[in-house]
Ligand binder design. Sequence first.
Ligand code: BMA
Length: 791
Amino acid sequence: MLEVTPFGEGWVLEYEGGGLPAAVPGCVHTDLLAAGVIPDPFLGRNETEAAWVGRREWAYTTGLSAPSGHERTDLVFDGLDTAAEITLDGRLLGRTRNMHRSYRFDVTGLEGRLAVRFASAYTEAAAVRDRLGERPAAYAEPYQYLRKMACSFGWDWGPTLVTAGIWRPVRLEHWSTARIARVRPVVTARQSLGVVELRVDVERIRAGAGLAVAVRVGGQEARAPVEGTGAVVRVEVPDVRLWWPRGYGEQPLYEVELTLLHEDRVLDSWRRRIGFRTVELDRRPDEHGTAFTLVVNGERLFARGVNWIPDDVFPSRVTRDRYRERLGRAAEAGVDLVRVWGGGLYESEDFYDACDELGLLVWQDFPFACAAYPEEQPLRGEVEAEARENVVRLMPHPSLALWNGNNENLWGFRDWGWEEPLGGESWGEGYYLGLLPRIVAELDPARPYTAGSPWSGSWERHPNDPAHGTHHSWEVWNRADYAEYRSEVPRFVAEFGWQAPPAYATLRRALPGEELAADSPGMLHHQKADDGNGKLRRGLEPHFAFPDGDFDRWHYLTQVNQARAVAAGIEHWRAHWPVCAGTVVWQLNDCWPVTSWAAIDGDGREKPLWHELRRLYADRLLTLQVRERGLVLAAVNQAARAWNGDLALRRMTVDGVLVGRALLPLAAGARAVAVVDVPRGLRPEGPAEFLVADADGLRALYFPVPDREIPYPKPEFEVTVAPGAVTVTVTARTLVRDLLLQADRLDPAARADRGLVTLLPGERVTIGVSGWETPDVAAARAALYCVEPAR
Ligand code: BMA
């Protein structure tokens, strides 16, 4: 039987003629940090001081001695970042140049000093660029010339910390006769009949008969002989329970156990969990353009999505628990689809395991983003090898629903002035429209592929045409007020978002000693977007008087504005289901403490946007919208059961006077949207009036003018704090708009279970607070923010 010896201990990072203890898996930065050679690059402006690390060569060494009773010993690296030379006592074992692949070296009978020597990623990229010619990109870093996580070179939310190292586990595998090299399970379901077809490749030491594979799944067994180096074995499992995305059903997972046998002796085994389901992508033309609707088990879905970026700029630090925690928070927010963005990674098994369990559909980008990528060697072969390996690695996961060729490169070619500088040189089109779809069709035929995001399906249309396929809505954040989201109904919004600073405690930790201001040096350093602060300001000013010189107000209001902006988009687009079939918020998470579009900040704290997503992505959503026909209420019902209830409308003034009211029936069918006209007499008029819609514990508000024009009363409320399972109760005496308890100001470990809440006079909210050891009413009061009347 194949034996595995983990090989992560005893590594040394060569440094200044000596050695530092090295963590494997890990990277140079984290080793230098642990040894006290560099300061924490996430704090203050230390990033700049660590820039030299990415510009140098580095070597990891250890002793290799691997005697075994087996015929073969392989040294297996699950991931090397990136351009490396591996030697044993000075003898070359191999060279690598792709972070997204694993590598296997035959070291049978060898021993000696093993060294993994990394070139600087800059040097490797420059060599390739010099050979293949310069190509345009969205950032002035050479990330398209080597197969490495692009955002390692910095992004508009990420630091430039160019890593090197043994970033995934290493092990020795000892085996005799044969081993399982690759297993490709194609899983489908026809009604309740589950079918798994496994294509198995074996590596064998010699030819001969007697090798077979046996499979067990769901109580069924099957067996097939190995012919040459391959076997195909098919299992039918009757009465399977289908795997569903969360909110649609359960996530039953079936254990598949495949063994490689030689005359009934087990040589090797392969175990994975699969789920039975079908997934299709409806891209048919219709009267609105071209659809982009995911269909799982025959059910058409509005995808409630978020974009995922690497959770740490040092990805080797992201543990199974951390993935689980972060994705668990996505699920808690009502998310049912996570898009793994192309400037990042093919994530580890832990990521997809968590998605399988949580019922999160995964849309996986191939790692290409925002640049023209050369298609010549050595890149072409790397791309093919990495795609083949990762398609096979990830295809067992039922959560994986869609492969996508790239992020914004088809759009970039058409719109970002690339064509001229390229002058006919390759730029990646051959990958996205040729190589990658061929690989997916060959290896993973049961899963849909889309060439890019955004992509309209054909060069005859603009790649970002909202009426066709996927759309990225960035004009709004970059140049317009968020109300502009309402001017379009794209078929699928794969990216849109709004920035806000992270939680106060996150900033306090990341910028020690700094007097915080919107434009203090550390704040600006932790804001990577082009004119980011300018856009925050221009996005805020139409709504609120800009709080010059008042950091706490700026911090609160920019967070409110982020939540409001994303709400404007999602409410509008969900209300246009089934024309629009998904929103994927840019972005769920961060890779360090930074002002960004994220809902969860770099220290894992939720911004008000995260809480708002729970409302926006719930099965039932109530929203008031201005349409051509007038003010309407849309009741979005994504549940399997019809929503029948009473809708209470109240026209009020901000001083609490009831101007008019009505009770209307509400009837939204299963997975459907009901639109109700607001009766003329209930439409709020003038800056002092607003409309409240209540149904089944849900509420929508409509204010006809921006906050800065609303004559809000001075907010008054009472606060009480109950110890034990700590709660903060706020009782409003006046209208209190967008009340927020910033729990992290009470204690960096504290979390509140509610985000922004608007109270009418006399209403009360109770907020649960965990992790607050010393509850006290004055502190709670000081940590409560709400919209104040304009001065
Ligand atoms: C799109 C994304 C990212 C970027 C985001 C915000 O371009 O694909 O590249 O971080 O917008 O600007």
